[in-house]
Design a protein around this ligand. Sequence first.
Ligand SMILES: *Cc1c(COP(=O)(O)O)cnc(C)c1O
Length: 449
Amino acid sequence: MGEFKVLEGIDPKLAEAMKSEVRRQRNTLELIPSENFASINVIRALGSVLTNKYSEGYPGKRYYGGNEFVDVVENLAIDRAKALFKVPHVNVQPYSGSPANFAVYAALCKPGDTIMGLNLQDGGHLTHGFSASVTGKFFNSVAYHVKPDGYIDIDEVRRLAVENKPKLIWIGATAYARALPFAEFAKIADEVGAYLVSDIAHIAGLVAGGAHESPVDYVHIVTTTTHKTLRGPRGAMIMVTEKGLKKNPDLGNLIDKTVFPGLQGGPHDNTTAALALALLEASQPQFKEYAKQIVKNAKALGEELSKRGLTLVTGGTDNHLILIDLSKRYGPGTGAFAQDALDLAGIVCNKNTVPAEPASPFYPSGIRIGTPAITSRGMKEEEMGLIAEYIFEAVELIEGHEMPTDKEKRAQAIQTFKEEMKNSPKIKEIAAKVLELCGRFPLYPEIEL
Ligand SMILES: *Cc1c(COP(=O)(O)O)cnc(C)c1O
């Protein structure tokens, strides 16, 4: 792929920014659990002439001509998703996870209907009814929570469901380190007659690879992004299960109608092509190994960090991510410091709230780290030992830095800390080790800069 040579001549500013991003991805440890590296072939499919086509409608039923090949592409994606996730109906057109979830609301609920989802600060997603999201404004959103031990409070879910009789219950999360309890949710949803929808955006690759239980037997609808553990292009799918069709035989049709023409216009056919390829990749035996290794790596990383005295929410992990509660060792609100120290050392992760957050969402007490991307690079348990040590060394630099209780003073505290870290010999030393480790696991060698 020599595309930058050409682009440099045409648009040097853009070429430089894009090349810098390639270097950044190569030279840092990507620990954001919602990110991953799609294969070079998926990226090539994304950059194809399929981006030129309009194909409003569905295979065989389009509003524009010239769709005979796009139909083949979309059917490949649909058939592969059906086989991989064992579902009778799939829509591959949602532009991304948030619009996919909104399509589910639009298909099943009227404005003002009651819905339930995991509270954002407890690990839920914005689109599961958070107040700042339209899903929290258009619907009567009732949030359930995690217990102080970090596990979903099933008793609360049951109590709230019986009290509020929701139309729709979400089971899914963005910051939850444990297996999702599908069977227990199914019992509750069936008891109150609610639609149960699982949003497996984070864990889709684990489900596909058999490293996390599948929700398909328990829920009516499954939504997922395709760019996280699944390693596909940025996009989403909505899947209807047999159980869903039993509850409402028209559910597949209803979802399709809601995505188009209800919510979207033309699908992004280049994305659909890349998704078809990613689904083929995810159905190979190596992908099962990959999914298992993601979990093995997360467990290994978690154990190594615990050994060094860091506190993990729920004490460990069943999946691809771990949540570290820094408040116990360094004080409330120190997640923001940790994110900056790690970033300067070339370790990319995000600050995150912890159960019963003692500080605030913008200055939270935890960090969230995940293993999908580093596992895509080929790293295994041995490297997790090294990474845990680098994380710990960087995080220890927080010691002695308190997050001010006065809100006005927080931004300044972060600024001061960052300046100090920029000049820290220790950070430079960790960054050098990170760079060395990244160099041993080449990323996109096909791309020439
Ligand atoms: C990432 C994510 C989404 C949203 O996906 P976007 O593509 O960013 O819109 C929805 N739900 C969950 C659980 C997610 O993790």
